[in-house]
Design a protein around this ligand. Structure first.
Ligand code: TYD
Ligand code: MG
Length: 458
């Protein structure tokens, strides 16, 4: 009879303690430590592993490896983010806030794949079969040959899957509802989520089927979040967006079989998620006409150019420490640009409250957005709008120099396509990068950009 072990596990970061505590020493979160009972498996010591282990076959690096076999859904935005389709034998985690549309997206993907002759199994741990069927009917997908089960027990799920032959894709919705008999803690705890994810990853490798795990992002930490299984899976995709907007962004953050910087854009409608093929026009849709503090950034997400409006508000601050509020961008990057404006350009801006917002809920990580942010800040501070048909891109260095950025022609082409006729950028590498129809204004340093913006406005 194995000795029963009790661990105290932080549901936020997964740290294990031998005693309960109110606060986790590792991540600093309060009230996240929960008792978990472990009988075997995870808790088994190295001795038992040595006793049962068999030597593995070792191979050379120069094997006859073929390219990963992929299954393509035909939903272009999804295929792009997964790196060209789901890879057979791999596990993919799809994370996102509850209610963002994960189940809807995956049901649509399941149906699209089944319509292409793939064998798809959709296992819902959250909804009863009738609920999933009702959703399928609403989406007009009820005729697709997707096989459906409502189950949460990992052993039952694995037995069901073993019973089916030649499965192409299994969707598990969600990983937090699963529980295995090997562990006596409740579903959703760190140990249950980890062990269940491990079992399904093993199944994917062994059977050659693709496995998609859905994971809810949880803010209150009552159930373990998808971060815990990120290292176990081959790919991680997050589905983002907020409830005040109808569009949703699918973003790859880890991909063992492809690039991770692609995004996919969808719009949530009455009839499910629709692909958005031209995101720039969507993000510029509600631009304020002639408002100060608004600059259009010509950005690149993965391989695709996206134009997006950057809004800044600079307001006199009543506080000793002025407020900085940033949505969709890095706040330390904003602090850097403010410091460069103050130090190298003589712009007195630091004592004000500063709000920065990327319109439409998009998150931007590219340093190329620096110049658009600086332009929006100067425009708001001076109260005069920027040229309406201009886009901005360029990286600002600590010395106040503006550096050229990659993919300038792609950015310029997208701007021209959407009716812009002027671009403010760093110096281009070659003259060949210019595009007809767009007047290019190149800058060496931020000081000359400040001069150009405020000069024009005088
Ligand atoms: P859902 O896919 O259940 O989210 P998740 O699985 O990430 O928790 O999506 C739920 C939301 O989507 C819900 O608020 C209703 C909305 N929705 C639509 O607007 N249109 C639709 O066609 C469907 C199916 C859902
Ligand atoms: Mg769901």
């Amino acid at each position: 009879m194995p000795k029963q072990r009790v661990n105290y596990v932080c549901q936020s970061c997964g740290s294990i303690y031998t005693k309960w505590a109110g606060r986790c020493d590792n991540c600093g979160e309060w009230n996240k430590i929960i008792e978990e009972i472990i009988n075997s498996g995870v808790g088994a010591g190295p001795k038992s592993v040595l006793a049962t282990g068999k030597p593995a076959n070792l191979a050379n690096l120069s094997g006859k490896a073929e390219d990963a076999v992929r299954i393509i859904s035909g939903i272009k935005e999804l295929d792009r983010v997964s790196g060209g389709g789901f890879v057979k034998g791999s596990t993919l985690l799809v994370g996102g806030d509850p209610g963002i549309g994960k189940s809807t997206l995956l049901l649509q993907a399941a149906s699209a794949l089944a319509n292409r002759g793939r064998s798809i199994i959709y296992i819902s741990g959250e909804e009863a079969i009738a609920q999933v069927q009702l959703r399928a009917k609403r989406l007009g997908l009820e005729k697709s040959a997707v096989k459906l089960a409502s189950e949460t027990n990992v052993e039952t799920i694995l037995a069901t899957l073993e019973n089916e032959k030649n499965i192409d894709l299994v969707i598990i919705d969600s990983i937090q509802t699963l529980w295995t008999e090997r562990i006596e803690s409740t579903p959703g705890t760190v140990t249950q989520v980890r062990t269940s994810a491990q079992a399904l990853t093993r199944f994917a490798k062994k059977s050659g089927a693709s496995v998609i795990l859905v994971g809810h992002v949880t803010k209150d930490g009552q159930i373990a979040g998808p971060k815990l299984v990120e290292h176990m899976v081959d790919g991680v995709i997050y589905f983002e967006g907020d409830n005040s907007h109808s569009y949703r962004i699918l973003r790859a953050v880890k991909n063992r079989y492809g690039a991770t910087d692609e995004i996919g854009v969808f719009e949530m409608t009455q009839n499910g998620l629709n692909e958005v093929n031209n995101p720039s026009s969507l993000f510029l849709d509600q631009r304020d006409d002639g408002a100060s503090g608004s600059a259009v950034f010509a950005g690149i997400e993965g391989t695709r150019p996206i134009l997006v409006e950057i809004q800044a508000l600079v307001a006199p601050s009543p506080l000793g420490t002025p407020r900085r509020t940033v949505v969709g961008w890095d706040s330390s990057r904003l602090a850097m640009i403010i410091a460069v404006l103050e130090t190298h350009c003589g712009v007195k801006i630091g004592a004000n409250d500063i709000y920065l917002n990327i319109a439409g809920g998009l998150k931007i990580t590219e340093p190329a957005a620096d110049m658009a942010v600086a332009a929006a800040l100067i425009s708001s501070l001076s109260g005069s709008p920027l040229q309406r048909e201009a886009v901005f891109f360029g990286e600002i260095s600590l010395s106040g120099a503006i550096r050229p950025v990659i993919h300038a022609p792609l950015r310029l082409k997208e701007a021209a396509k959407l009716g812009f006729n002027c671009a403010f950028s760093g110096k281009l590498h070659t003259q060949k990068q210019k595009i007809s129809g767009i007047k290019l204004v190149e800058f060496d340093n931020l000081l000359s950009l400040v001069g150009a913006i405020s000069g024009k406005n005088k």
